[in-house]
Design a protein around this ligand. Structure first.
Ligand SMILES: [Zn+2]
Length: 461
């Protein structure tokens, strides 16, 4: 990023081309970005102090105006007249699960959202756990979202170049063959900065048509879901297609798997930049400009990664991700367990924002063994040494049987199949019978998410 010229602020004032003086909303965006530019380097204890200035405001608001929290203030022993410390916060406030959010419904809503936080609106999210919840957000949370989107662009992209997005859209919107072409990147990006062209295509488009569309639009950046770009790259590899101008793939929404990074590098010749976000909580972490680490967005969320005893994980350890979004006063979520696991990491880039080395996916990937044991199976590094495999899905086809569906550049040899069977039996801690099947593609589930493990033997799953 050091070799890029600074982004040019879009001026909204007649007779003023430079320096740019943008519209009011874009000015908010720039005011936040200015602070984010500095806060990414703050000493950790300063950041924690600032986060808790905000959390204390949020907590007080929740205890005074949100029925669920108001009813529990005494039980939790929280005094309103003194500021809570991080240690006290984590000790006194119990973790809120997704099932509880579903159950509590309107009891989590504030009766008195500050007027200046703007209008409230609801989003439904099924998340990755297939448990739909309704979350109320405000215009203020949108303002924050925009600033972190801009930070992600400034960390990774030159806004003057061409951006293509392929994502889920309702009905026939942006259908092939045209999609939709815009003269700028749209939304807050284009209000704030001078940007290049952008184009949008419905993700429901057949893969060969997506590829043809990308060849025509010829973007510098492609934003899409990991499973979708994986299918694009597999198609390009088979048909020897490259996109000469493409510089980067930007993945959103689903869990990014290492083999998707690999096929993008090998076949498309570009790196992947990932984000970790949730519809209900906003941005959680953005990829470091200098590595594949994810930096927690501490200016927007307070994140804990906790082991099964509720203790904070150290670098190298994996735990449950627990989140407090700092600015949603319409529906405060205090210590909300989002249902993901992550490995805590370290980064050498100099930014002090805490690091997640990788997101381990979702609680639903819990595997239940015939003996009743349950565990979270990690598939992240499963394919080390199996470079011929482009995509896989593991099906629990019967109580004692696994089927591994593969999209591969060639079939496994008997020795490789034997080796992979052993790895799976170790990983699953059970001597399952393993079979392999070969496929041209592995479709996404109805909700558009890609599942790496599906249990078809367990009733009710
Ligand atoms: Zn870093």
């Amino acid at each position: 990023m050091a070799d890029r010229s600074p982004p040019q602020v879009r001026s909204a004032l007649t007779g003023m081309a430079w320096p740019g003086l943008p519209s009011r909303h874009a000015t908010y965006n720039l005011a936040l970005l200015y602070q984010l530019e500095h806060s990414q380097w703050l000493p950790a204890e300063d950041m924690l102090h600032l986060q808790f200035r905000q959390i204390n405001l949020l907590l007080r608001h929740a205890l005074e105006t949100v029925p669920y929290y108001r009813d529990r203030r005494q039980e939790w022993g929280i005094e309103l007249d003194h500021a809570i410390s991080p240690e006290e916060y984590c000790r006194r406030i119990p973790i809120l699960t997704r099932a509880e959010v579903q159950e509590l419904g309107d009891k989590l809503l504030s009766a008195e959202v500050p007027k200046l936080h703007g209008k409230s609106g609801s989003v439904f999210t099924s998340g990755s756990t297939g448990m739909p919840i309704k979350v109320i957000k405000t215009e203020l949370t949108e303002t924050l979202w925009n600033a972190f989107t801009a930070r992600d662009h400034l960390w990774h992209r030159d806004p003057k170049l061409k951006l293509a997005s392929i994502r889920p859209l309702s009905g026939n919107e942006a259908n092939y063959p045209e999609g939709k072409v815009f003269e700028n990147w749209g939304s807050m990006e284009a209000l704030t900065f001078v940007t290049g062209e952008s184009a949008l295509l419905n993700i429901g488009t057949r893969i060969q048509d997506q590829v043809e569309w990308l060849q025509r639009f010829d973007p510098d950046y492609l934003l899409t879901y990991p499973g979708n770009v994986q299918a694009i790259a597999i198609y390009c590899e088979r048909n020897r297609i490259r996109f000469p101008r493409l510089k980067q793939v930007h993945t959103v929404s689903d869990l990014l798997r290492p083999e998707v990074r690999r096929i993008c590098r090998e076949v498309l010749g570009v790196p992947v930049v990932d984000v970790y976000s949730g519809a209900e909580v906003g941005y959680i972490a953005l990829q470091c400009p200098e590595s594949e680490n994810l930096h927690i967005q501490s200016e927007s969320v307070f994140v804990e990664v906790l082991d099964e005893n509720g203790n904070a994980c150290q670098p190298g350890e994996v735990g449950a991700v627990v989140i407090t979004p700092l600015h949603n006063f319409a529906m405060p979520l205090l210590r909300y367990s989002i249902g993901d696991f992550a490995e805590v990491g370290r980064c050498s880039c100099g930014r002090t924002l805490p690091v997640l080395r990788r997101i381990m996916g979702r609680t639903r990937s819990m595997v239940r063994l015939p003996n009743g044991d349950e565990f979270y199976a990690s598939f992240q590094d499963l394919l080390t040494g199996f470079d011929m495999i482009r995509q896989f899905q593991i099906l629990r086809s019967a109580s004692e049987a696994l089927e591994m569906k593969l999209v591969a550049t060639r079939r496994l040899t008997d020795a490789e199949a034997g080796q992979l069977t052993k790895i799976l039996q170790q990983r699953f801690r059970h001597s399952f019978a393993v079979t392999f099947s070969y496929h041209d593609e592995i479709p996404r589930s109805a909700g558009g998410k890609f599942e790496d493990y599906k249990d078809e033997a367990e009733p009710g799953s």
